[in-house]
Design a protein around this ligand. Structure first.
Ligand code: GDP
Ligand code: MG
Length: 738
């Protein structure tokens, strides 16, 4: 059989790459209405006219600079793999912007075929595109297609095969960038050719342009490869930079970009596109955008929409959350009644049922939240949010593209920092990316929600939704300030421009919404079932072992014997056999005294356990923020996974209880505990919101950045959170706000 031909699919985000990829390979990839969904490149196989083909779906990029991880992935792939054809998918309804990437692909010298996609959208908008004219001017084959329906894809593949079978020399397309720059390029090219500088990788002209654009990756490669020639080239660049700065007050980089746009504009204006002016109407999307992204009304709508999402999530999920709680309560009762007393029983109830139940209990809430986010995402509104937020994000040294990571991490509440950290891959500049990556864990992820709900419910029950909203806003404020701090210290650097096309509004399909909701909910459940189960058993073990020494439990046993002896055997038998609620007189008194002893024993044994020792040890400093040793245990557990904070608090506060069916809800128990009040609740909340990310997130940060940054994140957040909690607790206590 003939060996497979390699083809790559390149294009702007949202141009329809994945749709085309799925159509011609038959694969099922995630198709989104949000720019930047595809992060890693994906491969698919197909056979066309008995020629096997390997097709790679590259990450969507607006350009081929070294600004973002995505752009580097795409560029490195093209340079290292040298696919036989690059299918450049271009959104016909946004021709000019899309051709910017085409221009850069031509500069790289890649063998191109242009797939002119979204011809239906262009037509709906009254835009007529003359593909043959475009083909003639660009000197590249152009095939109009509609990826969604597959129209034109056969012809596209035929053309791609034709190009693949031709001899192709990777040669940079000649575009003029003004006399000054062109002169410098010529000088550089002759030097590059003479020294064979990186010529095995790039066409000489391309290397020269990249040097002029101060492309970090190329500068590093060149510097390592041939330092002497590299510095000769940088000298030429410095020279011309000085000149352009003096004469035009800009760097060569901007001049080059301007001329690329000029080149594109001139092509498009030469009869490639004609607008159907007699239908001089506003397209529906534009009409909607007039309102939804309006300078003043836009943000108001945005806050209103987010607030409604909130109310929806919390009020509608209340009922099913209650059902699940009851179900796990019932399960615990069944286990209590059927399992023999001992370690096994304690593990099943305190470790497995409480731990996993605590997590699964919130599935409805998370599902409602994700459903809401899916509506925003699939309709195209989320992209508008990013667009509007860019103005604000910029102030804090972030970027409009940071919004998605923040929202995914729990910016609207619910969510998870793990995908949030991964979503930062779509950010352009490394510094903005790092700042985003380090601050997304401040958001209220789905795992922090239960704690928030518990504490606000217990101490601020009247206005719970309002408080939850406040704490979400607070998370944003703190994250922004932290980002600003990072961007003006360790991550100092210039901002990068924001170009994001707003995809047209589309009516979300129910099927799409359900798939999105389920995918994310399932991720959450899987995490609960595996990592959290293991951790909650581990924590149970830490809270159980070492067991109380024999002498000490003997003391409690003899106390019990003494009390029983005082009341007599008959009363004791009554206590053992009757339901607790039905006890009267002496029997009731005995039961209470016994319960009091049990409770002290449980407390002594928790204190004696590994977790108790850590918790007690930390009281030395944690008292500053008002945390007692039980809270400390939960917080230490929370580092493993925030989900376990509530369940650990539950365990720590229930171990002293008499029997499962007698225990009141954890919220009530905290309310009546003398160590807890409004001030300590807020201090604990703040600490939980901002301290070290859970270890899964930390591992992700390490993978995306480095272990050094991961360690930085843990330390920075914990110190910061503890400072904040201490401040609030001390001042609040001083003012007697509790
Ligand atoms: P990618 O970011 O380039 O991978 O783009 P996607 O394949 O995810 O497509 C973005 C959106 O455009 C999706 O909602 C697609 O359904 C839609 N889309 C793709 N091709 C076409 C087309 O030819 N016509 C129309 N009307 N929509 C399309
Ligand atoms: Mg895609």
């Amino acid at each position: 059989m003939t060996p497979p031909l390699t083809m790559a699919l390149a294009g702007n985000p949202n141009a329809g790459k994945t749709t085309l990829f799925n159509h011609i390979t038959g694969a099922r990839q995630h198709v989104g209405n949000y720019p930047g969904i595809t992060v890693d490149h994906k491969e698919g196989r197909l056979v066309h006219r008995s020629q096997p083909i390997t097709l790679t779906d590259l990450p969507g990029t607006y350009s081929m600079t070294a600004y973002s991880a995505e752009e580097l992935v795409a560029r490195d792939y093209l340079v290292n793999e040298r696919p036989r054809v690059v299918i450049n998918i271009v959104d016909a309804s946004n021709l000019e912007r899309n051709l910017y990437l085409t221009c850069q692909l031509l500069e790289l010298g890649a063998p191109l075929v242009i797939a002119l996609n979204m011809m239906d959208v262009a037509k709906d908008r009254g835009i007529e595109i003359h593909a043959d004219k475009l083909e003639e001017l660009l000197q590249v084959p152009v095939v109009p297609i509609i990826a969604r329906s597959g129209k034109g894809t056969e012809k596209l593949l035929d053309t791609a095969l034709q190009v693949a079978n031709q001899e192709h020399k990777w040669q940079s397309r000649h575009i003029t960038y003004s006399d000054d720059i062109d002169e410098a390029i010529d000088e550089m090219v002759s030097l590059i050719e003479q020294e064979n500088f990186l010529t095995d990788l790039y066409p000489p002209r391309y290397t020269a342009i990249k040097y002029l654009e101060s492309d970090e990756q190329l500068l590093t490669k060149g510097g390592n490869n041939d330092p002497a020639s590299s510095s000769l080239l940088t000298a030429i660049v410095d020279n011309i930079s000085n000149h352009t700065l003096k004469t035009l007050e800009v760097y060569p980089e901007s001049i080059i970009a301007d001329h690329r746009y000029g080149y594109i504009r001139s092509i498009v204006r030469q009869g490639v596109m004609s607008q159907n002016h007699d239908s001089d109407r506003l397209y529906t999307s534009d009409k909607i955008d007039k309102v939804l992204t309006h300078r003043l009304m836009g943000p108001l709508f945005m806050f209103a929409i987010i607030f409604i999402l909130y109310q929806f999530t919390f009020s509608w999920s209340e009922l099913p959350v209650g059902w699940l709680e009851n179900f796990f309560g019932w399960l615990a009762e069944v286990a209590e009644a059927t399992l023999p007393d001992g370690l096994m029983k304690s593990m099943v109830i305190s470790g497995v049922i409480d731990g996993v139940g605590g997590v699964l209990g919130f599935v409805p809430l998370i599902m409602f939240m994700f459903f809401g986010i899916a509506i925003l995402e699939d309709s195209g509104y989320l992209a508008r949010v990013a667009f509007m937020m860019d103005r604000i994000f910029r102030i804090f040294g972030l970027h409009g593209s940071s919004v998605m990571p923040f929202i995914v991490s729990g910016g609207i509440a619910g969510g998870c920092a793990v995908p949030g950290v991964m979503a930062t891959r779509t950010l352009r500049s490394p510094k903005e990316r790092m700042a985003t990556l380090l601050t997304v864990p401040f958001m209220n992820c789905g795992a922090k929600l239960p704690v928030l709900a518990l504490l606000t419910g217990a101490f601020f029950s009247e206005h719970q939704a309002r408080y939850m909203f406040f704490f979400t806003m607070l998370a944003w404020v703190v994250a922004m300030l932290a980002a600003k701090l990072l961007r003006s210290t360790v991550l100092r650097g210039a901002p990068t421009p924001f170009i994001m096309e707003l995809p047209p509004y589309r009516f979300p399909t129910l099927r799409g919404l359900l798939i999105h909701t389920w995918e994310r909910t399932w991720q959450y459940i899987k995490k609960a079932g595996t990592v959290i189960l293991a951790i909650s058993i581990l924590l149970w073990a830490m809270m159980t072992f070492p067991e109380l020494p024999k002498e000490q439990s003997a003391v409690f046993s003899s106390e019990r014997d003494t009390v029983i002896a005082a009341y007599g055997e008959t009363v004791a038998a009554e206590v053992l056999n009757a339901e607790k609620d039905n006890l009267t007189g002496n029997a009731e008194q005995l039961a209470e005294e016994l319960a009091e002893i049990d409770s002290r024993e449980a407390e002594a044994s928790l204190k004696n356990s590994v977790a108790g020792r850590i918790g007690t040890g930390l009281v030395g400093i944690s008292w500053l923020a008002g945390f007692d040793w039980r809270t400390n245990i939960a917080l230490v557990g929370g580092f493993a996974a925030k989900e376990v904070i509530v369940s650990t608090l539950g365990t720590a506060y229930s171990m002293g209880e008499v029997a499962v069916e007698e225990s009141e809800s954890l919220g009530k128990r905290l309310q009546s505990d003398p160590k807890w009040n409004k001030v300590s609740a807020v201090a604990a909340l703040l600490f939980i919101m901002f301290y070290a990310p859970c270890f899964v997130t930390v591992v992700c940060i390490a993978k995306e950045a480095s272990w050094g940054w991961a360690a930085f994140s843990v330390t920075f957040n914990t110190v910061f959170a503890f400072g904040l909690a201490t401040l609030v607790y001390q001042i609040g206590t001083l003012l007697q706000l509790g």
